[in-house]
Design a protein around this ligand. Structure first.
Ligand code: ACM
Ligand code: ZN
Length: 753
């Protein structure tokens, strides 16, 4: 009822004007957005380039922000006036937390519950201004709005690569456009310590600099290094400056000081705090390293002294202590660590980590702060006051919520912006994985089956940007935008519009806004994709695009060149000898060129029966095995079938009796991700008749992630093949995922004639 009165007051009598909920240009989409139905009433044309503002009820910082936002995004000016002001403000009492209303009639009225929400209203106002015929206009409307989640975060790793104060400020400024409120600053890791600590100057004198950096993807064999000194750090004065800059944009900075793992930069400066005391340099390779902080009292005191300085710099309630990926090998062999396990009657090294985290928890609580850590802090028992940031899926977060702890959901599946955002070959090098714009938009920090009383512990969500493969700020922007815009919808909206509506808004309003701000956003989501289907003679490659565009298509070896409409397809027939067929297509709209290479063979498109089904997360269909498209490295997720069983049975129908020499099968090895090579393969003409081949050990022990092609001789005349792949049932001790069933990833099977 209240809302109705307000609308009448704003737009005049209800009998003359009606209202509809239309698509709103503002992102994140406000809870309510209505516009008057009469076309003649709808636009407020020709709003002046210089706007009078009545600042009576406007917090002081916000006049500067309003002025900044209108200037930087629209080249408009503001001036203070009480006479016929264009913009007025009103402070609301007893309104929903962080809520605001914004009404655009002949003038603009903003009502807000908090300074923060007044700032959100200014961001919305800025996004309502459109440039039509070189004139700023605003559609008359009424907005009522407030956020769904409390924690709307973006993270930035400044350890793997360092970003300047100015770049970090820009990161924060762009976050503010989309109403993010938490910046998680990952300040320390194996490859660099980036925050000045007065008590321990060597942390930055030594720990902020590395002598070399691995080149290409770290799984490339052989590895090569750029032998150049690399690093940097923020002085405490610079940290204060960034904290203030963020606070002016109502963004809280949560600092992360990693412990007990990812500590090689700190240990390069203070090796006596490791279990072995061995002097090692700041790490130049990416990964997880055995040397971590020893759990002894000296390390705990050292880290608490660091936290003492950190908490004076960051007003944030939360302090992130990392806690992820801490191998326990050193602790297992360390007298001091083992003595603590005995003295404190701990069960194992996981409980020792829990003890370590509890010491930090107590310390932070005593200093009026709260601890948050990655979901590994659940192992060995969660510390009483700790909050959990769930990155290895939703399970850790769900468990923490069940135990009554606060949770931020940041699962790799939806929130890792260091993953590829497209599967095309044109994508720049990334860590691996595949997290498309649509996938991010699909994210919900509250799992479907979660009970409401547990969902109450979910503070919100966050995307993480690890920067192993992001050496400059241009690429930071490329990886974050537009995915962060999709995430802002997830975290703010009560009921977000469907993806198509969002995408249209993104294309029509927000990409131009990003262009005005010179953001190097990715256009990948606009790129065409390919879809392979089976034909009687092989396969067909369809070029899909959401837009009705034409493509210039080249195919070799035939040297076929043509213009084709979106959604048309090109057939590739099975070849009796191995050959490469390449299709290159250039979008008429985006000018993005993509090339797909099909390794053609007598197997292309043959019928395949997956007698054992892959895990549903990694089941892209049986055609995956014979589509000629080999699994990409680094892995982007779709080209492989992933199994978590120790026996896999697959049948291939050769359609008619054929004489063959054998089979070639291709597997992925990425032991860090629990993906192992199989132990043996059995091939037979049909069930029962067997021919066994044991794997040779061809793998390079220095490389953890390779593609392995295995040839299985099977010289027969056959019309059907039954392939049985055997894997270990558990991962060996000392390896990641020990005791669990290893994964087997297979991408392609080829007959060799
Ligand atoms: C993480 O990605 N290791 C938290
Ligand atoms: Zn130790």
């Amino acid at each position: 009822m209240k809302k109705l009165f307000l609308l009448i007051a704003l737009f005049g009598s209800l009998s003359s004007i009606s209202f509809t909920q239309k698509n709103c240009p503002v992102i994140p989409t406000p809870v309510t957005y209505v516009t008057p139905n009469l076309d003649s009433e709808s636009a407020l044309p020709g709003i002046p380039l210089s706007l009078g503002v009545d600042t009576t009820n406007l917090p002081k910082n916000l006049y500067n922000q309003l002025s900044y936002l209108l200037d930087i995004n629209h080249q408009m000016r503001v001036f203070v006036t009480k006479e016929n002001p264009m913009i007025q403000f009103k402070k609301l009492k007893n309104a929903i937390e962080d809520s605001y209303t914004l009404s655009v009639t002949k003038t603009i009225l903003i009502s807000y519950s908090s300074e923060r929400s007044c700032f959100y209203a200014l961001q919305s106002l800025m996004q309502l201004i459109e440039n039509k015929n070189n004139e700023p206009t605003i559609t008359k409307c009424y907005i009522s709005d407030y956020p769904n989640f409390k924690w709307r975060g973006l993270h930035l790793d400044v350890a793997r690569h360092f970003f300047t104060v100015e770049e970090v400020k820009r990161y924060i400024d762009l976050m503010a456009l989309y109403k993010f409120n938490t910046f998680h600053w990952h300040l320390t890791d194996d490859q660099g310590w980036r925050i000045e600590i007065k008590k321990y100057p060597k942390l930055t004198e030594i720990g902020a600099w590395r002598d070399s950096t691995v080149e290409n993807h770290y799984t490339t064999s052989p590895r090569t290094y750029e032998k150049k000194r690399y690093g940097g750090f923020y002085t405490q004065e610079e940290i204060k400056e960034v904290v203030k800059y963020a606070a002016e944009r109502y963004i809280t900075i949560v600092p992360e000081i990693e412990m007990p793992g990812h500590a090689r930069a700190a240990l390069a400066a203070y090796p006596e705090l490791s279990c072995t005391g061995k002097q090692q340099g700041v790490e130049g390779l990416w990964g997880v390293f055995d040397d971590i902080f020893c759990a002894k009292e000296e390390s705990i005191q050292f880290l608490q002294a660091i936290l003492s300085e950190v908490i004076t710099l960051f007003p944030s309630q939360f302090v992130h202590i990392g806690g992820d990926e801490a191998p326990k090998n050193r602790w297992k062999k360390c007298e001091k660590c083992q003595r603590i396990i005995q003295e404190k009657k701990l069960k194992d090294e996981h409980e020792l980590q829990s003890y370590f985290v509890q010491r930090m928890d107590k310390f932070l609580v005593a200093n009026g702060k709260k601890l948050i850590g990655w979901d590994e802090i659940l192992e060995g028992g969660l510390s009483p006051n700790a909050a959990v940031m769930s990155w290895r899926g939703f399970e850790g977060g769900a468990e923490a919520a069940k135990q009554g702890h606060e949770v931020v959901m940041s699962p790799g599946s939806h929130c890792y912006f260091d993953h590829y955002q497209g599967r095309g070959k044109a994508e720049p090098l990334a860590f691996g994985g595949y997290t498309s714009l649509e996938k991010v938009y699909d994210f919900n920090p509250i799992p479907k089956d979660m009970k409401p009383e547990q969902a109450a512990y979910i503070l919100g969500g966050q995307a993480n940007l690890w920067t192993e493969y992001i050496a400059d700020f241009q690429k930071v922007e490329y990886m974050v935008y537009p995915r962060a815009i999709a995430l802002s919808q997830v975290l703010w909206c009560q009921n977000k519009p469907n993806f198509e509506t969002f995408e249209n808004n993104l294309i029509n309003y927000h990409l131009p806004l990003l262009e005005k701000r010179k953001v190097n956003y990715s256009k990948t989501f606009l790129a065409a994709s390919t879809q392979v289907t089976r034909t009687n003679e092989g396969i067909a490659v369809q070029i899909n695009s959401k837009r009705n565009e034409e493509f210039k298509v080249k195919k070799t070896p035939e040297n076929f060149v043509n213009n084709l409409k979106a959604n048309s397809s090109i057939a590739i027939n099975r070849s009796q000898k191995p050959q490469e067929d390449a299709i290159e297509f250039t979008s008429g709209e985006t000018q993005i060129t993509e090339k797909i290479i099909i390794k053609n063979s007598p197997t292309l498109g043959l019928p395949v029966k997956l007698i054992t089904l892959p895990n549903q997360r990694y089941n892209n269909g049986d055609l995956t095995l014979v589509d000629g498209n080999y699994g990409a490295l680094p892995w982007k997720g779709n080209e492989w079938l992933g199994y978590d069983t120790s026996e896999i049975i697959i049948e291939i129908d050769l359609l008619k009796p054929q004489k063959i020499k054998g089979l070639e099968l291709s597997f992925l090895k990425d032991e860090g991700s629990w993906i192992h090579l199989p132990t043996s393969i059995t091939v037979s003409k049909s069930e029962g008749k067997k021919s066994k081949t044991i794997f040779g050990n061809k793998t390079n022990s220095q490389v953890s992630f390779i593609e392995s092609n295995q040839f299985v001789p099977f010289s027969r005349k056959v019309s059907k093949l039954r392939i049985t792949i055997h894997s270990k049932t558990i991962i060996d001790p000392g390896l990641a995922g020990e005791g669990h069933q290893p994964w087997t990833f297979i991408d392609e099977i080829r007959i060799v004639k």
